[in-house]
Write a protein that binds this ligand. Structure first.
Ligand code: ATP
Ligand code: MG
Length: 336
């Protein structure tokens, strides 16, 4: 059985952008495929500490898993849920792969360049986390790793490291699918990109300081509605969908389509040419706040104990699979 592997860092509360662009698509993929694939859903808590963590990391990790469950994740015997740091093989394989990867390769990673830009010093984790990612993937022979475009380079790196290793030691690692195959597997025309509500030229990001720019999944619904009502739009006379010329209003149409699970073309057809921006904002504000009420109610119904039980079961499985793979690698290097 092939393996799909996916995770979201647990540094802080997620935004509506993370929910629509990452969480919902992952849950959809898992639910569609978990009859015929292993689905590994892990919380990469070791990746979380490369940057500041808001609040308590263990609590955040539990909350992150609740997000998946509240977003509708079906858990069956093929779905394996675990915390990265509870499977020590990740760190150990990372070290070994550090001795396979080159400085030049890691220096070329765009994420590293972006995350370290302008900083007088940056921790080694920010430089090295793509190697930990490779370990996360290769330990489980994962084929599909649904990720945002910003992480595609790291999939290519994982393939390169696995290939180099296999060339030297024999076929120990399964190469993950190419990024082109990953995109085809995800069945998305283009990656979802929710815009910042104040500055719609940019994407919505949880690390943006301005509160009105982003909707957080724990925002009080009335507060979220207010943020939508005050979202930047444009000064044209009527509503048109065009991210180039009218990013703000297009973002609202797009959010509405995703939240109500209505084809974008239908939402656009309904509002196109209409001049009442306020009416559209009211509709989106209502839909967003209803979605939040519903989501937050579902979050509240899931206990920490339920989540910990899922983690503990999944960690038994993950340690077994990962340790077996690690042993093969250790033997290859004559560490065992
Ligand atoms: P940060 O500001 O800390 O980078 P972020 O909001 O960009 O936070 P990430 O942790 O970088 O979130 O990404 C988590 C997941 O959410 C990734 O899969 C990423 O592709 C997706 N994602 C992030 N922002 C958006 C967005 N605005 N629209 C759709 N998907 C998004
Ligand atoms: Mg980001």
């Amino acid at each position: 059985m092939k393996t799909i592997l996916t995770g979201i860092r647990s540094n802080s509360v997620l935004t509506l952008g993370n929910y629509l662009g990452a969480l919902l698509p992952m849950v959809r993929l898992s639910n569609e495929h978990s009859a015929n694939f292993n689905v590994n859903i892990f919380v990469p808590d070791l990746h979380s500490i490369i940057s500041d963590v808001d609040g308590d990391l263990q609590q955040n990790t539990i909350r992150t898993l609740k997000y998946y469950l509240a977003a509708g994740l079906d858990v069956n015997e093929n779905v394996h849920i675990y915390r990265q740091s509870r499977v020590p093989a990740h760190s150990e394989l990372c070290w070994i792969l550090n001795c396979v990867a080159t400085m030049g390769e890691l220096n070329r990673m765009t994420q590293y360049k972006e995350k370290s830009e302008g900083k007088s010093s940056c921790n080694v984790g920010i430089f090295d986390y793509p190697v930990l990612m490779a370990a996360d993937i290769l330990l489980y022979d994962a084929t599909y790793v649904p990720l945002g475009e910003d992480q595609f380079q790291h999939i290519e790196l994982t393939r390169d490291l696995a290939e180099r290793f296999n060339h030297k030691f024999g076929e120990i690692f399964t190469l993950p699918a190419t990024t082109r195959e990953q995109v085809a597997f995800m069945e998305v025309e283009e990656p979802i990109r929710i815009r910042d509500l104040v500055n719609p030229e940019k994407k919505m990001s949880k690390s943006t300081a301005a509160e009105n720019s982003k909707i957080m999944l724990d925002d009080e619904p009335f507060k979220a509605a207010k943020k939508i009502m005050s979202a930047t739009t444009d000064s044209f006379e009527d509503i048109q969908f065009n991210f180039e010329t009218r990013p703000g209003i297009s973002n609202l149409l797009y959010i509405d389509a995703l939240i109500t699970k209505t084809p974008l073309s239908e939402v656009v057809k309904k509002w196109q040419g209409i001049s009442r921006y306020g009416d559209l904002k009211k509709q989106v504000a209502n839909n967003v706040s209803e979605m939040l009420v519903d989501f937050q109610n579902r979050m509240a119904e899931i206990s920490d104990e339920d989540v910990l039980k899922l983690f503990e079961d999944g960690e038994k499985y993950a340690n077994e699979v990962a340790n077996a793979k690690l042993l093969e690698v250790q033997k290859a290097f004559s560490l065992r």
